[in-house]
Design a protein. Structure first.
Length: 527
C-alpha cells in the first residue's frame, strides 16, 4: 500500500529554563492510503507533539530532527510558503476542544470561507454554496441559520462538526484527529466517529487518530502505535495489539479500562441528602422592559435521595440537567422545591447558616486546571477551606494538608508548587484533597475523570472508592462515561432534557434498562 504519511527517526526537544527537554525519541511509523492509524498513550507520552510536528506547528521553541514525508514530499519546517500550501490541502487537523480552536468573534460562515479561500479561488456565491454543502455533509441542521451563528451559540457536538467541515473543506489526503471526542457524550461521540469513518471512506482519506480511549481505538483503527515517555513501545494491527499485547505498558493500558463494582451499602444507612420535586427554570427576558417571555427548563421535578456510604450516579447527554442538579444541591443556583441535607432544608437557610454546613458538602469539578487558582500553591489551595471553616493553628493546618496529600497520593514535598507544575491527574488529586481535608459527609463529583487518561482515571476511581469506604462518604457522581458510572455507582439516575426518566440499582439499569433512551445510551457506549 502507498504511504501517505511517513515519519522516520523523529526526535523533538524543547528548551525549558536553559535545559533541553526531550519530548519525542526516535519515533518511526507510517499511515497508508485509506488507512486509520491510532496513536495511543497517556498525557505527556508525546502523541500530540508528534502529530503537530507533521505540519511544523510546534513553533520556534521546539527542535525537530528526523524525516517527515506527506504523499512522497518531504516536509521542510523552514519553508513557510510550502507549509502554507500543505496545511489544509494535504494535511488537516481536528482538535480536542473546538471552542478554543474556533474564533469566538467570527461567524461559522466566515471561518469556513476563510479556510476554503486560502486554497481555492471561488466567487462569493460559490463560496457560500460550498459552506452550505460542507455543513450539510457533516450533519448540521438548519444550515442557513447556522452559517450566521457564532461558536458559543452551538452545542459541543455541533462545534466539533464545524471543525470537521473545516478540516475536510479542501479534501486533504490525511486527517489528523487529536482527541476529537474526549469531551463529548457517548451518543454524540458515536455520531462523530460514524461521521469520520464515512467521510474517510467517501473522500479516500487516511487518518491519524490520537486518543487515550482504547474503546474508540478498537472501533476506528486499522493499526495501533502505543507511545510511552516519547517512544513507540508497541505497534501492530488493532486486533493483535488488543488480543496479544507484548509490552507491559500496553498491558497496563488495557487493564485500566475496567474496574470492579463498589461494595454494597446497607439499606438501613442514614439518608444524608434528599431532593423532592426540585425544579430549576431559567427565565428568558425580551424587550426594553425585560419581560419574561419563556423559560429554559433545565430541571423538572427531580426527586431522589442518597445514603451515607452510597454513590448515586447521574448520566445523560449534554443539556440533560446533570450539572444543574449539582449546582442546585450546593445551592449555587436558585431552585424551587425542597433539598434536605443532613436534616436541614438548605433552600430556607440564611447565608450564615448555609456557610456553617458548607464544610460537610463539597464539590469537585470536571476541569481541575480551571477550578484551581493559578496564583495559589498546592498547600494554599488545600488549606483555604480550613481557614474559612475551621480555626486550626498554622502548624496544625500544615499537618492536615500533608496528611490529606499523602492520602490522595501526592508527595507533600510538592506542596509549594503551583497548579501548572502538575499533570492533569495530579491536579485532580489536589481538587479532591481540597474537598476531603474538611472531612465532608457528601461530595458531589461533576465529570471528575472525563478529561483524564484511562490509567489515571482508573487510579482516581480507586482513590475515591478507598476514601468512601474509609470515611463512609456519600457521593453524587455525574458523568457521561458509562464505564466509570458502573464502576462507581450503587444506584443510577438517567436524565433527558431536564427529566429523570429512569432510576434504579446499577446492575438493573445496565442489564435490563426499561427506557429506549437508556438502551440507546448503553448501545452507543458499546458500539
Amino acid at each position: 500500500m502507498k504511504p501517505i504519511l511517513t515519519v522516520k527517526d523523529l526526535n523533538i526537544s524543547f528548551l525549558q529554563d536553559g535545559v533541553r527537554y526531550r519530548a519525542v525519541n526516535n519515533v518511526s511509523f507510517q499511515v497508508n492510503k485509506g488507512e486509520t492509524v491510532a496513536l495511543v498513550g497517556e498525557s505527556g507520552s508525546g502523541k500530540s507533539v508528534t502529530a503537530l510536528s507533521t505540519a511544523a506547528l510546534l513553533g520556534n521553541a521546539a527542535s525537530v530532527d528526523g524525516e517527515i514525508n506527506i504523499d512522497g514530499n518531504s516536509v521542510d519546517p523552514k519553508d513557510e510558503r510550502a507549509l502554507q500550501k500543505l496545511r489544509g490541502s494535504q494535511i488537516s487537523f481536528i482538535f480536542q476542544e473546538p471552542m478554543t480552536s474556533l474564533n469566538p468573534l467570527h461567524t461559522i460562515e466566515r471561518q469556513l470561507s476563510e479556510t476554503i479561500s486560502l486554497h481555492q479561488n471561488l466567487n462569493k456565491e460559490k463560496l457560500r454554496e460550498n459552506c452550505i454543502n460542507l455543513l450539510e455533509k457533516v450533519g448540521i441542521r438548519d444550515v442557513e441559520f447556522r452559517l450566521n451563528a457564532y461558536p458559543h451559540q452551538l452545542s459541543g457536538g455541533q462545534r466539533q462538526r464545524v471543525m470537521i467541515a473545516m478540516a475536510i473543506a479542501n479534501r486533504p489526503k490525511i486527517l489528523i484527529a487529536d482527541e476529537p471526542t474526549t469531551a463529548l457524550d457517548v451518543t454524540i461521540q458515536a455520531q462523530i466517529l460514524y461521521l469520520l469513518a464515512n467521510l474517510k471512506k467517501e473522500f479516500g482519506m487516511s487518518m491519524l487518530f490520537i486518543t487515550h480511549d482504547l474503546n474508540i481505538v478498537r472501533q476506528i483503527a486499522d493499526r495501533v502505535c502505543v507511545m510511552n515517555a516519547g517512544k513507540i513501545v508497541e505497534k501492530g494491527s488493532t486486533d493483535s495489539v488488543f488480543e496479544k499485547p507484548k509490552n507491559e505498558y500496553t498491558k497496563k493500558l488495557l487493564k485500566a479500562v475496567s474496574s470492579s463494582s463498589p461494595k454494597s451499602v446497607s439499606s438501613h444507612s442514614k439518608i444524608i441528602l434528599s431532593a423532592q420535586d426540585t425544579k430549576v427554570w431559567f427565565p428568558v427576558y425580551k424587550g426594553l422592559l425585560k419581560r419574561t417571555v419563556g423559560h429554559i427548563k433545565a430541571l423538572n421535578s427531580a426527586t431522589f435521595d442518597v445514603r451515607m456510604g452510597e454513590t448515586l450516579g447521574i448520566v445523560g447527554e449534554s443539556g440533560s440537567g446533570k450539572s444543574t442538579i449539582a449546582l442546585a444541591l450546593m445551592r449555587l443556583i436558585d431552585f424551587e422545591g425542597q433539598i434536605n441535607f443532613d436534616g436541614k432544608d438548605i433552600g430556607s437557610l440564611k447565608t450564615r447558616e448555609l456557610r456553617r454546613i458548607r464544610s460537610d458538602m463539597q464539590i469537585v469539578f470536571q476541569d481541575p486546571f480551571g477550578s484551581l487558582s493559578p496564583r495559589m500553591t498546592c498547600a494554599q489551595i488545600i488549606s483555604e477551606g480550613l481557614e474559612v471553616h475551621q480555626s486550626e493553628s498554622s502548624d496544625d493546618t500544615q499537618l492536615l494538608v500533608e496528611d490529606v496529600m499523602n492520602e490522595v497520593g501526592l508527595d507533600p514535598v510538592f506542596k509549594h508548587r503551583y497548579p501548572h507544575e502538575f499533570s492533569g491527574g495530579q491536579r485532580q488529586r489536589i481538587a479532591i484533597a481540597r474537598a476531603m481535608v474538611l472531612k465532608p459527609k457528601l461530595v458531589i463529583l461533576d465529570e471528575p475523570t472525563s478529561a483524564l487518561d484511562r490509567t489515571v482515571q482508573f487510579q482516581i476511581i480507586q482513590l475515591l472508592k478507598q476514601l468512601q469506604e474509609k470515611y463512609g462518604l456519600a457521593y453524587v457522581f455525574i458523568s457521561h462515561d458509562l464505564a466509570v458510572i458502573r464502576a462507581m455507582s450503587h444506584r443510577v439516575l438517567v436524565m433527558k432534557q431536564g427529566d429523570i426518566i429512569e432510576s434504579g440499582h446499577t446492575d438493573q439499569i445496565f442489564q435490563d434498562p426499561q427506557e429506549p433512551y437508556t438502551r440507546d445510551l448503553l448501545m452507543a457506549a458499546k458500539s
